[in-house]
Each structure stands twice: as C-alpha cells, then as structure tokens.
Design a protein around this ligand. Structure first.
Ligand SMILES: Nc1ncnc2c1ncn2[C@@H]1O[C@H](COP(=O)(O)OP(=O)(O)OP(=O)(O)O)[C@@H](O)[C@H]1O
Ligand SMILES: [Mg+2]
Length: 359
C-alpha cells in the first residue's frame, strides 16, 4: 500500500503543506530542526491515531494557532481512502469523511512500520518498550487486541486504586476478587494474541537477520509471561493479594510481559555490541514488515526516521533493494544518492518543502 498525497495545516512547524508522494522511495532531507520528522509524525498519526513522540497532542498544533489538520490519501490493492485528523481542544478522526467513534476503527486502515533512533531502546531499555513494539504490530492487524488491552489497562488502574484504598481507607480485601476476575479474563485474550504473534516472529526473525548481516549469527526470541489461561491468572492474582496490598500495585499480569533475544545463545542487550543491537532491531522491524505483509496481502509503509545515516552504503542499498515494492519515507540530513530505485527527493527548510525532484 502507499500514501499518494499528504496535506498539513498548522501541524508542528508547517503552516500549509500539500505534497504528492512517490509510491516507492521518498527522501526528506535538510538541516536539523527543519521539519523532516514532523512529516513522518503526521503519517504515523494518521495510521495509529497518535504520535510516536508525544502524548500531549496540543504540542502538535502549530504555536499560536488553535487547531491543526492532517490529511492523507492512501491506496491499497482493492481500495483507496482518506484519513483526516483534526486537532483542536479534542481530536476528531475521519475516515472517508465519516467521523470514527473509537481508535480501533482507525487501526489497520494504514499499515506501517516505523524505525526511529529511539527504537534502539527496544532492546536496551525496560520491558515497556518491547511490549509497545508488540502492541503496535498486533494492534494494526487485530483491532480487537487494542480493545482488550485498553479494557485490561483500565481495570488494572481500578485495581491499583482499590489496593491503595484497602491500605489507607481500610476497604475490604475480598472485593479485590472482582477486579481479579476481570483482569484474568482480559489477560487470557491478550496473551493468546501475543503468543500467536511471537510464533510468527520466531518463524521469520532468524532468516531475516542472517539475510541482512550475511553472517552466521543465530537469533532466538523468548517470550515471558506470568500465566496463560484465565484460571492461572486468577490464581496468581489471588496468591499475591498480600504483596500487592503492601506495594499498592498489581505485581502479576500481562502488563509485566517481556521478551528476550539471544545471539548465538547470549542475551543481545547484555552481551551484544552496539552494532549488533542495532542490526537486531532492524531485523525485528523487517520481521514486523513481513508479518504485516503476509497478513494484509501487500506491503505496509516503512517510515525510516534518521535511520539511513546509521547504515553503511552497502547495507543501505541492500535494504532498499529489498524494499522495491514498499513505500518508504526516509529522513536524513544530506540528500541520499540511491542507485536503481525510483525516488522523490524533498528538501525540507523551516516548515516548507522547497524543491521537489523526481527521478
Ligand atoms: N507546535 C509547534 N509549532 C511550531 N513549531 C514547532 C512545533 N513543534 C515543533 N516545532 C518545530 O519543529 C522543528 C522540529 O521539527 P522536526 O523534529 O521535524 O525536525 P527535523 O527536521 O526532523 O530535525 P532533526 O534533523 O534534528 O531530526 C523545530 O524547529 C521545532 O521548533
Ligand atoms: Mg528528525
């Protein structure tokens, strides 16, 4: 699939922008702070309904303005569509002119995989980054997953509040089971989705990694969760009432899930070099891309924010050769010289896209 046109109004440092995109490679280059990532952010917003950089949506509205509008036209194999997002005091999302009611109705309309410098944190930082990686992939393919996850997180918050009330307001402990029951029910569903997708990752990750590194490193991935079935979760939550009351939060559940990646049997975030960590994240992202492609029957859009500068020319060209049928949006500080690929080059300067050249 690809995005054919993008329109911005009062979005970040753009006053107005209207841009046709190439269905293959689009390169946005320019100095720091000019608005390259802002374009990627706008596309991401239309796909996922939120930014990958901030939870505060007011930040997206151009300073001194009171609304912002982003519109993208997309083409899929069997249909086309327009997504428009208006940010004012609240956010309104429109699909083909019709306002959508819940975020899960938007997910999956535009399929995308993003690669930004922050993604190196997937391996290096705590488990929440890894869960986010899974959530982003599964969410756009199984909107019901996000629905379950939101219910889970809401219930978790209520349970945590109640734990504090037991401690400080002497509320009854046995009422906790009401939350346990609900949490366990949602957890079972969430884990089932995560297991399904972990299996898909397992099937592809190692081959993809060997392909891009041309090395004989073996990658393995291991998923960790506290339990699998509703009954197991319920039992576990019940067993930990005392500890949870003491801590004031829920110590067991899918909000603690994690995965570990091993290179030749050793944990990559501990033993791997910087370059190995970076390449493993790339392999993970390309695995995500392949999984989405198999599921929807066409390639998702790839957003590469500041990523190409991290790769040597050989790996860069290799990557783009593999992306022949993929729409790629790339940001970088210098215009990239690419051979044998169809591409558009956009110069970004102070919230304007100055010259456009097509090759
Ligand atoms: N709400 C806003 N209103 C106006 N300008 C904004 C707003 N939010 C961010 N900016 C401006 O947008 C610019 C940053 O844009 P962006 O992150 O796209 O830069 P970039 O070209 O990707 O730079 P780099 O190469 O450093 O990554 C900054 O100049 C910032 O001041
Ligand atoms: Mg940037």
């Amino acid at each position: 699939m690809y995005i054919s046109h993008i329109k911005l109004q009062n979005f970040r440092n753009y006053k107005k922008l209207s841009l046709d995109l190439n269905s293959n490679i689009n390169i946005f280059y320019g100095d720091n702070g000019q608005g390259k990532t802002n374009v990627i952010e706008a596309v991401f917003l239309c796909g996922m309904g939120k930014s990958f950089r901030t939870n505060k949506e007011q930040e997206l509205i151009r300073l001194e303005e009171n609304f912002s509008e982003v519109e993208v036209e997309f083409q899929k194999k069997d249909r086309e569509g327009v997504i428009r997002i208006v940010l004012e005091k609240k956010k309104a999302i429109f699909l083909n002119g019709v306002k959508i009611k819940k975020l899960s109705d938007l997910l999956g309309k535009i399929n995308l995989v993003i690669f930004s410098p922050d993604d190196l944190e997937i391996l290096k930082e705590g488990p929440s980054k890894r869960r986010r990686f899974l959530d982003m992939m599964i969410g756009q393919l199984r909107p019901n997953y996000i629905h379950c996850l939101n219910l889970y997180l809401k219930t978790l918050e209520q349970r945590n509040n109640y734990l504090k009330q037991i401690r400080f307001e002497s509320k009854q402990e046995n009422m906790l089971e009401i939350w346990d029951e609900k949490l366990a029910e949602y957890a079972e569903k969430i884990v089932a989705y995560r297991i399904e997708f972990m299996q898909k990752i397992k099937e592809k990750l190692n081959t993809i990694h060997q392909d891009i590194t041309e090395e004989k490193e073996t990658l393995e991935i291991e998923y960790h969760t506290d339990a699998k079935t509703k009954e197991e979760f319920f039992r576990l939550l019940k067993q930990n009432h005392r500890l949870d009351m003491l801590k004031g939060y829920t110590t067991k559940g899918v909000h603690r899930d994690d995965f570990t990646i091993f290179i030749n049997g050793r944990q990559v975030n501990i033993y791997g070099s910087q370059g190995q960590n970076r390449t493993v994240v790339l392999s993970l992202k390309l695995t995500e891309l392949k999984i989405i492609e198999e599921e929807i029957g066409e390639e998702p859009i790839l957003l590469l924010d500041d990523f190409m500068s991290e790769l040597d020319e050989k790996r860069r060209n290799r990557l783009l050769q593999v992306m022949r049928n993929t729409q790629v949006l790339i940001t970088c500080t210098d215009p990239l010289e690419l051979r044998n690929v169809s591409s558009n080059l956009f110069k970004v300067e102070n919230g304007e896209i100055k010259n456009k050249e097509a090759f």
